[in-house]
Design a protein around this ligand. Structure first.
Ligand SMILES: [Zn+2]
Length: 411
């Protein structure tokens, strides 16, 4: 088995740690931000550029690749990394979130206000819904062509083994903050039962697929905003062993109230086994990454950096702003004068403004390179600050500038 996690240093003042995740496709120095290439491509950017900007690994999505081109095709191609010409480690998420969110059609739920009315309509009792959850799995309608499909824990494992990423996630039921407490309990029990089935199927497939590189399986901690549920999930999944197989790491997922992110993550990470890596699913805004790192998360993924780049929104030390704004028409400075990315060392805000206004394809490429570099580098800088023992100062310096200017410059 060529998967391991070595902790180099644990921070004395927080739950943060520095380590190395070793995978068959190479190491990941943590904490690390993992850019998302949902359909085996980071939209508009070459894999070589992702490598150049410091990306250590990429995360793709099992649901999307299962529907198109089909996970069997990735298997025949020699796995996700080879198929997409990416030389490093890869992750796939289980499809649980997409099956439920795209299938049901509810909005992205990872950061939302918990104080709104809660109800289970998004999942139950609506005949227009596109996903039906039962104890065995989820039946859903493809968002591409309306065809019907069924994911069970076993199917998710089979699909993810065919895709061949170094790190996979167990199939879970992803709820929203709108669900009632009894529903959250039901979904958590189901996720636990599915975790056992995932471990069993993962073990069976690992033994069956002789000669393939070992794929690590991470369990997913649910429980929404409830302390007792989150702690129970961390306790149960953290110690779970089925037929000698336990999880290689953990994902913290599901409904996360942004205002409570640090609290929720610390509940979980104080309980999870210390010697296994922890991935915070779908979190990638600069201020949230600090919270994740100081509360003990090792890796992060988020589509935000590339998604907002395509709409001309960029992260900078001066906060987040939109390059299509006319104030950049004659601004011949880089997007961020402190950024070392390809875009900032070769192009100006005026050029970026021009290509966004002209809807030139290169606008997406250049802005994505910058945003991904900004986030990857920010987490790299957190790692360095932890090594140097000045994380708190680095955080205060960054947020002092970033949030202050964001408030002023946002448009
Ligand atoms: Zn840049």
């Amino acid at each position: 088995m060529s998967f391991s996690f070595d902790i180099k240093k644990s921070d004395s003042g927080s739950l943060a740690r520095i380590g190395t995740i070793n995978t068959p496709h190479g190491p990941i120095q943590t904490p690390a931000f993992i850019p998302v290439g949902t359909k085996a491509t980071v939209k508009s950017v070459l894999p070589e550029s992702m490598k150049d900007l410091g990306s250590q690994a990429l995360l793709s999505n099992a649901y999307h690749l299962y529907l198109q081109p089909g996970s069997d095709i990735l298997d025949e191609a020699g796995g996700l990394a080879k198929f997409m010409n990416w030389p490093g480690p890869t992750f796939t998420d289980s499809g649980g979130f997409q099956v439920l969110s795209l299938g049901v059609g509810f909005k992205k739920v990872l950061a939302m206000d918990a104080q709104t009315t809660r109800h289970d309509d998004v999942i139950a009792g609506n005949k227009d819904r596109l996903a039906h959850v039962d104890d065995e799995g989820v039946t859903f309608k493809s968002h591409l062509d309306g065809s019907m499909h069924r994911f069970t824990p076993e199917v998710s494992m089979q699909v993810q083994h065919q895709i061949g990423a170094d790190i996979m996630f167990a199939f879970d039921e992803c709820t929203t903050l709108h669900n009632t407490r009894p529903y959250q309990e039901l979904a958590m029990d189901r996720t636990y039962a599915w975790a056992i089935r995932c471990l069993d199927e993962h073990k069976r497939l690992t033994e069956e697929r002789v000669g393939k590189p070992y794929q690590a399986l991470f369990g997913v901690i649910q429980g929404a905003q409830y302390e007792d549920l989150r702690k129970k999930a961390a306790t149960d999944l953290g110690s779970l062993e089925s037929n000698g197989q336990s999880f290689d790491g953990f994902g913290i997922g599901g409904a996360l109230d942004k205002g409570q992110l640090g609290t929720i993550v610390s509940w979980v990470n104080e309980i999870l086994p210390e010697d296994k890596p922890r991935h915070l699913l779908g979190i990638g805004a600069p201020e949230d990454l600090f919270v994740g790192v100081e509360n003990g998360c090792d890796t992060f993924d988020c589509v935000l950096a590339s998604r907002i780049a395509r709409t001309s929104a960029v992260y900078t030390m001066e906060g987040r702003f939109n390059l299509s704004n006319s104030r950049f028409k004659r601004d011949f400075t880089p997007i961020d004068s402190e950024c070392d990315c390809y875009t900032c060392t070769h192009y100006t805000r005026a050029y970026m403004h021009h290509v966004f206004r002209g809807k030139e394809i290169i606008s997406a490429t250049l802005a994505t390179i910058h945003n991904e570099r900004f986030i990857v580098r920010l987490v790299d800088q957190m790692r360095q600050a932890l090594l140097d023992g000045n994380f708190a100062d680095m955080k205060a310096d960054f947020l002092g500038r970033y949030l202050h200017r964001s408030g002023q410059a946002r448009d």
